[in-house]
Write a protein that binds this ligand. Structure first.
Ligand SMILES: *[C@@H]1O[C@H](CO)[C@@H](O)[C@H](O)[C@H]1NC(C)=O
Ligand SMILES: *[C@@H]1O[C@H](CO)[C@@H](O)[C@H](O)[C@H]1NC(C)=O
Ligand SMILES: *[C@@H]1O[C@H](CO)[C@@H](O)[C@H](O)[C@H]1NC(C)=O
Ligand SMILES: *[C@@H]1O[C@H](CO)[C@@H](O)[C@H](O)[C@H]1NC(C)=O
Ligand SMILES: *[C@@H]1O[C@H](CO)[C@@H](O)[C@H](O)[C@H]1NC(C)=O
Ligand SMILES: *[C@@H]1O[C@H](CO)[C@@H](O)[C@H](O)[C@H]1NC(C)=O
Ligand SMILES: *[C@@H]1O[C@H](CO)[C@@H](O)[C@H](O)[C@H]1NC(C)=O
Ligand SMILES: *[C@@H]1O[C@H](CO)[C@@H](O)[C@H](O)[C@H]1NC(C)=O
Ligand SMILES: *[C@@H]1O[C@H](CO)[C@@H](O)[C@H](O)[C@H]1NC(C)=O
Ligand SMILES: *[C@@H]1O[C@H](CO)[C@@H](O)[C@H](O)[C@H]1NC(C)=O
Length: 339
């Protein structure tokens, strides 16, 4: 008799059903997830991404008790507790408040609800129950009204994306919300109504790699020190028509890849030290109040593929930009109104 097939069968069972080897998810967590699921409708129009699909449809205890293997759910391999929930673009539609069983998942470290429809709910203040959160992405999800202070209480928060909602940051304001989350790496608040100045202490947030504040009704003078943050790669201040500022002398240890000042009232000259931005890919100084000559050193930025200088800037020596004209990677130019 040949026992090989039996051995194969055992091997097959072990490799295809790893739940035998891994700890099953905690019952508390699977019940909290199911109750969370049941508080929403699945609605196709709730997500804009063409690749969206209803991840929670596969969450069924009858078919699979191990919530750690459910779509969008990730557990700690040692403790079996849910540590990450990625329900971005999942057709979720419905309201949410602090009584949601989401906040029973106290070990969560990463939470992504981007691109759903939370029906103009306020962001629940129970966010501070998720004290281990490091990553929070609530972008483009129909959240509404004032951002609660509690969102900044997970002390290890390093990524926060609240862009593209109908949110305001007045009380708390930007300054009191972010003052204590000094380990932030990425802060994306585009289209949040902030209506204040940018706090100067952000120049001390040395971990910052991207700061996106497009269309936030910012005013006052932008703190120059933020330009000198050594790890900052993306700075987007576009469409803040009352935001003043000046360009600094750029240092050679700068990491900038994207610098967008379109439709602000930044003024003064473009310093020739702009040549220090070796990694710059996209530069937009269009429709602001920068003036004077374009320094020829701009031509040294060999990685630049997108450049907009439309406005009051004077380009005496087109030569300085000839490099871009001939570069095959050049994808866009805005040199309208450049004299
Ligand atoms: C969630 O936590 C609350 C308060 O700690 C508790 O009363 C409730 O039973 C929990 N719900 C679930 C589904 O675990
Ligand atoms: C959306 O919110 C409105 C008003 O608060 C409520 O009447 C409606 O039932 C909510 N819809 C869903 C799907 O939760
Ligand atoms: C919170 O939401 C639940 C259902 O999702 C609802 O029954 C309850 O009334 C809401 N509480 C408040 C304070 O709005
Ligand atoms: C946050 O979600 C949006 C929408 O799904 C996505 O474009 C973005 O990449 C997410 N951010 C990160 C860092 O995953
Ligand atoms: C914050 O991160 C540190 C280092 O990764 C970790 O030791 C600590 O437990 C975290 N704090 C919380 C509240 O999760
Ligand atoms: C934040 O979310 C918006 C909208 O979903 C997305 O376009 C953007 O890339 C996200 N930002 C980051 C830094 O991931
Ligand atoms: C932000 O709010 C704090 C606390 O209410 C206040 O002291 C501070 O002046 C405000 N900052 C701005 C720029 O409005
Ligand atoms: C920031 O943290 C300090 C010290 O941990 C605390 O005293 C202060 O109240 C916090 N500020 C805010 C606005 O939470
Ligand atoms: C940055 O931190 C230094 C040292 O902790 C402090 O002296 C300075 O006032 C801070 N700058 C701002 C703008 O908060
Ligand atoms: C960046 O360079 C400047 C001078 O070139 C120096 O003063 C500064 O300390 C440097 N910063 C870092 C983080 O290396």
């Amino acid at each position: 008799m040949d026992f090989l097939p039996l051995r194969h069968l055992l091997l097959l069972i072990i490799t295809c059903f790893p739940p035998f080897l891994q700890p099953l998810c905690h019952d508390d967590d699977s019940i909290a997830l199911l109750e969370f699921k049941n508080s929403f409708n699945i609605a196709k129009f709730a997500s804009a991404n063409p690749f969206a699909y209803p991840k929670v449809s596969s969450w069924r205890l009858e078919e699979n008790r191990d919530c750690c293997s459910w779509d969008g759910v990730e557990c700690d391999t040692d403790t079996g507790r849910v540590v990450a929930l990625d329900l971005s673009s999942s057709f979720l539609r419905g309201s949410m408040n602090s009584t949601s069983t989401l906040f029973n998942l106290s070990q969560l470290q990463r939470l992504n609800f981007a691109d759903n429809n939370f029906n103009f709910s306020q962001i629940p203040s129970a966010m501070n129950h998720l004290s281990r959160l490091t990553y929070l992405n609530l972008s483009a999800s129909y959240f509404y009204c004032q951002v609660p202070f509690e969102i900044s209480q997970p002390s290890n928060l390093s990524f926060l994306n609240l862009s593209c909602n109908d949110l305001v940051l007045k009380s708390p304001n930007l300054s009191s919300l972010v003052r204590n989350i000094s380990n932030l790496k990425e802060l994306h608040l585009s289209y949040v109504d902030i209506s204040s100045g940018v706090p100067s202490f952000l120049a001390n947030f040395s971990s910052l790699t991207s700061l996106l504040l497009d269309g936030c009704s910012l005013h006052g003078e932008f703190p120059n020190g933020i330009f000198l943050l050594p790890n900052l790669q993306v700075l987007d201040l576009q469409n803040n028509p009352h935001l003043m500022g000046y360009l600094p002398e750029f240092q050679s240890n700068s990491s900038f890849e994207v610098l967008l000042l379109h439709n602000t009232i930044f003024s003064g000259k473009i310093p020739s030290s702009i040549e220090n931005l070796h990694f710059l890919v996209q530069l937009d100084f269009g429709v602001c109040r920068l003036s004077g000559l374009v320094p020829s050193s701009l031509g040294k930025l060999t990685r630049l593929t997108s450049l907009d200088l439309s406005g009051k800037i004077i380009l005496r020596e087109m030569n300085s930009l000839l490099f871009f004209k001939t570069s095959p990677s050049s994808s866009s130019y805005g040199l309208k109104n450049v004299s």
